[in-house]
Design a protein. Structure first.
Length: 225
């Protein structure tokens, strides 16, 4: 089964590269990639534009049976704990402002329910929380949190998952998104805001965990029927 793993943020990519220091590195129009253990790791870049473009590029270029996105997200203080791994079941792109027609219809258009019915149980597998992830081209704004909670029931947010899930769904390719909560944001601000080293340190820890678990998730995905 051909598997492509998309890694979005630069800090996430650096952390993954450090785990595979002896591999041969290749370049694409969008960024670096390498093969390791019959898996292609591809740097997708940060933000919705890069995420959408590189997802489609990876699907066209490598033609995988299975697409995985490993990365981090910011959690809402009091709603989820730092270090939690979210197995994403739905993504919502929340930073759409539609003032000419129905704004809810616009949000629905770029929302994706991720079908995980094919995913087999993992005995004594990694601890994850299944749930929703909201995406926007912005770090979490503290004043947005009450709206994101009341409107969507969100517990965490990132920049890329919404675009990746949407493109994968349009291509009818099985998609698995696993995001670890690297830092928390509350009404008083974010613990990593102004402290990027905290984000980088926790990102390295999360990416190491996710890569170590990857074989179990691929086995749980199984072969395409």
């Amino acid at each position: 089964m051909k598997t492509v793993v998309l890694i979005s943020a630069n800090s996430e990519w650096r952390a993954v590269k450090a785990l595979f220091s002896l591999v041969q590195m290749y370049t694409s129009p969008f960024g670096e990639w390498f093969d390791a253990n019959d898996i292609t790791f591809f740097h997708g870049g940060w933000g919705k534009i890069s995420a959408a473009a590189t997802t489609q590029y990876a699907l066209d270029h490598f033609q995988p049976d299975f697409l995985v996105n490993l990365g981090t997200c910011g959690g809402f203080e009091g709603r989820i704990a730092a270090g939690t791994i979210i197995l994403v079941e739905k993504t919502i792109v929340y930073d759409i402002i539609e003032q000419m027609t129905d704004p809810d219809e616009a949000i629905v258009h770029y929302s994706t329910d991720i079908d995980l019915s094919w995913l087999k149980p993992i005995q004594n597998g990694p601890a994850v929380v299944r749930g929703l992830l909201v995406s926007g081209d912005r770090d979490i704004v503290p004043t947005d949190i009450p709206m994101l909670v009341s409107r969507f029931g969100a517990v965490a947010a990132d920049w890329e998952s919404g675009a990746i899930a949407w493109v994968a769904d349009k291509n009818r390719v099985r998609c698995l998104i696993l995001r670890g909560v690297s830092d928390l944001v509350g009404v008083g601000g974010g613990e990593a805001y102004g402290n990027v080293e905290l984000f980088r340190q926790r990102t390295a820890e999360i990416m190491q965990r996710l890569v170590a678990q990857l074989d179990s998730w691929i086995e749980a995905a199984g072969e395409v029927d």
